[in-house]
Design a protein around this ligand. Sequence first.
Ligand code: SAJ
Length: 425
Amino acid sequence: MSFETISVVGLGYIGLPTAAAFASKQIKVIGVDVNQSTVDTINRGEIHIIEPELDNYVLRSVQSGYLRATTVPECADAFLIAVPTPFFPVKNQEEIPQPDLSYIEAAAKAIAPVLKKGNLVVLESTSPVGATEQMALWLQAARPDLVFAEQGRDNVDVYIAHCPERVLPGQVMRELRENDRVIGGITPACSHKALELYRIFVEGECVITNVRTAEMAKLTENASRDVGIAFANELSIICDDLGIDVWELISLANRHPRVNILQPGPGVGGHCIAVDPWFIVSKNPAQAKLIHQARLVNDSKPNWVMDKVKSVLLDVCTDNPHKNIQDLTLACLGLSFKANIDDIRESPALKITEILHQELACKLISVEPNLKIEHHKFSFEIVDLNTAIDLADVILLLVEHDEFKKIDPEVLKGKRCIDTKGIWF
Ligand code: SAJ
């Protein structure tokens, strides 16, 4: 076999599961991370991120000797780069975020000294179109003694490809194995080399294309979903104005055999769908009008929800003239970025709850059944579901957790409810 040892650079949400997937197939894997405590945790057979099944995979891989972590890259047959590709901060909403490829550059410079003839380097990080070719240039500059892949070049020493991950947080180990993979080499020989690598553990189909199409495929998947959600979010605002139940409307429209509208919500969260479209917009701002607008629609949905809450609180005061806003209690249900997970990063529900807590004079309480509260510090109070329903004058449903779907409609009687996920009406 061409691949006896594989090095995975960046041991985060994608790199560590990928390293463990290769190790589970009895391939020697050297995991590389700049963070010493991450390296130490993995070498103890433990994990530093939350993902079902991953703990067992890592423990077995480390105990069997197939997975080892280090801060310093070592020689291997293939290198997978799975480092973050964040955006530079923007000064105002009008500015288009620009990608920061410095982690890829640092990873390329770190592995360059240990590269040798016949190696394959795969960029897995979600990246703007052109990033893999840029990585090849950084590698070539660091190792002028080796010939790196370049379009149209036949005889190369180091093969280079892009193979984006497409796994859903919460189902990473299964999806890594079962999902189809798009593989784009800088040359066809690079694609075939990368195909051989992924076939080690991927049971889905591995489809070959060129490098730029592979980069764009990943961005397209998430941008397509973002545009679809923006359509649903815009519909929800129009329907609210027209007195139409958007959930009923969508379920009726979706009975058409060629219509499949996504679901509105309080905004789009997570680290992928709300982020990846910007890679397209930043590269082609003049052409990517719809993709850009979808981002703005989804990013503005939390403001619409907050305005709605304020107007409902005012209504309650108008209906009960003896009550001031200070006398009212608002219960916000859910903090995570989507249902039945504990991940609160880039969560519209958390953002809405925090801002409402800062801005409103009423009492605000929150419920999040998936979080270990002792691990977090919030400025607002967290209570259990029954207490929240008991105390609340107004209930704001932000995440469609199973616990909230099971609430008996009887106990909500007499409360004003704002259901941003359409689970109660
Ligand atoms: N959302 C809606 N309405 C919907 C669907 C989702 O408002 O109809 C919201 C969710 O509440 C959440 C956000 O969108 O806030 C994103 O959730 P998600 O479950 O759709 O996606 P992610 O971000 O967890 O994972 C996505 C996946 N991409 C696609 O489904 C196209 C996953 O396959 C990717 O691997 C992942 O991004 C990634 O890493 O890029």
